[in-house]
Design a protein around this ligand. Structure first.
Ligand SMILES: [Zn+2]
Length: 97
């Protein structure tokens, strides 16, 4: 299978880490930083929501907060991985090249 770089239109083999034409970074699926920020956001969002629910309806539990934040992180990570599933993306680091 072949992939075509959108920057320089060079055809590369599927599986390469960089474009042979312009050295653009080829990412299959989501980047690590995307997954990490989505997991962080999920953890914070779940932590805040669970805290509000606990304070309002139950009594606050730090253990439960951590559990909810952890679940939120997993959900965020799963979402980020799904967002770019089966995608091949090119990131050109040196735009003027
Ligand atoms: Zn290229």
């Amino acid at each position: 299978m072949k992939i075509v770089c959108p920057h320089c239109h060079t055809v590369s083999n599927l599986g390469v880490a960089v474009c042979v034409g312009c050295q653009a970074e080829v990412v299959y699926g989501s980047t690590f930083s995307e997954v990490k920020s989505a997991a962080t956001f999920g953890a914070i969002a779940a932590g805040v929501v669970s805290s509000v629910i606990m304070v309002k309806f139950f009594s606050f539990s730090f253990v439960l907060l951590v559990v909810c934040a952890f679940i939120g992180a997993l959900c965020g990570r799963a979402w980020a991985q799904k967002a770019h599933l089966d995608e091949t993306r090119f990131f050109r680091l040196f735009l003027n090249k």
